[in-house]
Design a protein around this ligand. Structure first.
Ligand code: ADE
Ligand code: ZN
Ligand code: ZN
Length: 240
């Protein structure tokens, strides 16, 4: 996602934190909020010193895998990827022997990567760099399938991150409960399945018109809400 998507996810998570988790987050981040630190990994990724973190933002798998095959390939992958990085962040946050600085770094990446793993094009194919290589138009404006889903659609709404968070965070308690039970591999598979649909639509006709946003708005909002609610659940669980 872009800046507004990541911040909206941070804001939704803040709405769902327990008081213990809120306090723990404050102890780590000081005056900074989850929303404000959510974009940190994108700010540093282009610096040489942090280039090792660039592959942490996504995972690429071949098309057409069943859930079992997807799981097996995801879990046995040697290369750094978003799944591995997320599990590492969670483990570092739980680890009291890590330094304050390490906890800050892990939390900033956790907020960001829970967001990215819910962006369907962050679990796309390697040959087109997760849709970066797929040219599309949105109402005659040239973009690519990845960028459209990172920020093109969200920018089109014209909402601030707070407005977007309020718009997305309207989930029934029971539905939220089922989302909280799913594991990280399931989140990735959900994105992978959505990306399959998005790839197929772009292959059919890459010139999207005014009907594209309304047809996909529910997916965007659901993925942002799931990311925020699942992020809060992880932080609540770590700080029980
Ligand atoms: N961002 C940069 N490269 C990417 C890739 N291969 N897949 C998804 N997102 C990316
Ligand atoms: Zn990212
Ligand atoms: Zn992206």
């Amino acid at each position: 996602w872009g800046v507004i998507g990541h911040r909206a996810i941070g804001k939704i998570a803040e709405n769902h934190l327990s008081s213990k988790a809120k306090k723990a987050v404050q102890d780590i981040l000081g005056s900074e909020s989850l929303a404000m630190v959510s974009t940190y990994p994108d700010e540093i990724r282009s610096y040489q010193q942090y280039s090792y973190t660039a592959p942490w933002h996504y995972v690429n798998l071949p098309e057409g895998l069943s859930y079992d095959d997807f799981n097996a390939q995801l879990k046995s992958m040697d290369k750094p990827n978003i799944y591995k990085a997320l599990l590492q962040c969670i483990s570092d946050l739980k680890d009291a022997s890590k330094t304050k600085e390490e906890h800050i770094f892990a939390l900033k990446f956790l907020v960001h990567l829970v967001g990215d793993i819910h962006q369907p094009m962050h679990t796309g194919h390697s040959e087109d760099s997760g849709g970066n290589g797929i040219k599309v138009k949105l109402m005659r404006k040239e973009t690519n399938l990845h960028g459209l889903w990172d920020s093109g659609l969200i920018d089109y709404t014209g909402l601030s991150y707070r407005e977007l968070a309020a718009d997305c965070d309207v989930v029934e308690k029971n539905e939220a409960k089922t989302w909280e039970k799913d594991d990280v591999a399931k989140w990735a598979f959900e994105s992978y399945e959505i990306s399959k649909q998005l790839y197929a639509e772009a292959a059919k006709n890459p010139e999207f018109d005014y009907s594209y946003y309304p047809a996909h708005a529910d997916i965007v909002k659901k993925r942002l809400a799931q990311a925020g609610i699942r992020l809060a659940a992880i932080l609540n669980e770590i700080n029980k």
